[in-house]
Design a protein around this ligand. Sequence first.
Ligand code: SF4
Ligand code: ZN
Length: 543
Amino acid sequence: MSKLRAAARSGRGLRQGAGEVRKSPRRCRENVSSHKGMLPPVSAYHLFSHLAEIEAFRKNLLAWYDKCKRDLPWRKLAASESDTNRRAYAVWVSEIMLQQTQVAMVIDYYNRWMQKWPTLQALAKASLEDVNELWAGLGYYSRGKRLQEAAQKVVSELAGQMPATAEELQRLLPGVGRYTAGAIASISYGQATGVVDGNVIRVLCRVRCIGAESSSPAVTDRLWDLANALVDPARPGDFNQAMMELGATVCTPRAPLCMECPVKPHCRARCRVEKELEFASKRLLGKAASSCSQAPDIEECATAGSCSLCPPATEPWDSSLGVANFPRRAAKKQPRAERTATCVLERRGPRGEPEYLIVQRPSSGLLAGLWEFPSLALGPGLKEKEKQQREALLAHVQAWAGEAVARGRLRHVGEVGHVFSHIHQTYVVYSLLLGGDPEAASGGRDEELERPAFRWVTQAEFQKSAVSTAMKKVWKACERQSCEERGPGQGCKRKRGTDPSRAGQQKRGADPSRAGQRKVEADGSLPPRQLSLDAFLKAPAGE
Ligand code: SF4
Ligand code: ZN
């Protein structure tokens, strides 16, 4: 969308030809009005002012939804569950998971979550570690934590009863905003309240040609007003889901399927496009010139120029964008670039199996409470200086190493990029295999194993731990390089996308008794054959 916006700003697209006289647009003749008297007056061009049109909109949309809606597990639960609390919980979980995440990705997480914690009470009793583990890979990790905290609140402070209205849901439950509260209340309780999410914003901005910045408070208020005016009191949950479904599957950001759209007759953006197309084809046939028409007869806002919902004068309608002229968003802030050195630290476990150190992140902030390989943010002084990076990282991991480690044994694996919502993070990945006595590494002693801040895990345990997607990428980078170094015919047949943990199990299964026999030599040299990631992690001679 940002490219489209840039194109709009640059004025790319259909332009009026030289010497063309633009005919005055047909202004919306309906009264300028305001919903409920709460907001400043706005042209009826941006509103639904007639009940007959609202009813037709609802009817068309719901008929389409009944026919085309996707079969999703939370919809099944909401339709079949008779207990109000359970129903609200089922919808709540889905709505939290769906924030910022695609439906296709959520389905599997949702099914596993509901199987593990089918009720509020079950979730309230879960450990945060379990919640993080199940959430791992879904992103925006604080959502899972807040969901669990809110479930605990319902159980401990509200006698296990979900708040009964959208207003109470929003007021009483942490992490439940206006949208989530409206979704739970309309879908679970049948409360006639609208919802406004990204999909609904897109649909509403297009059907009513709202071109002012869609995240501005003035526009947001108007959109909520519109959603509340449109919602069908007889089927509010279905109506809201239908609006979101329409935005997700038909009125998509870049390639809307207007020809298949059930609300096309009510869509002012589409109407404008059709008028332009009609005019263009008439011109081609020479008909427009004969009727002296110099521009398409397009209905526009009566207060354009001073309207708070029309596009700014600096960003007029761009015919090349069609309906994608709407919605307009503020230019996204570029994520800031950060670099972090991370070390895959390996030792031999009590039975000789490879183990890797993971450390828990602080309980607040980015990726709160998740586990990661020991990592060190690289400040300005360390960003480009590899020698200093190595020294700083070694000093950082020394506490867990339990032995003096020469800088040369720290092996550079490569770089891994990961974009968080506001940070473009680059992990500079190193690996380090600890040699000698398996118990030598700090954390190998029993009393230290119980310390919550770090733990040693096998490869399989790492895959199941509450680690972020970024750390799984780091792991894969090590795996990939291991394969590349061994080359063809050296036992690495893993194809892109296969599960490295399975590959590791197969390798370990080939000869488990040998796993603990390989040790780093005092000079850091490698044994002659390397068959697994743990072997790869050993530093080569002379490094
Ligand atoms: Fe969206 Fe096109 Fe439907 Fe309008 S007609 S709501 S732009 S899909
Ligand atoms: Zn306007």
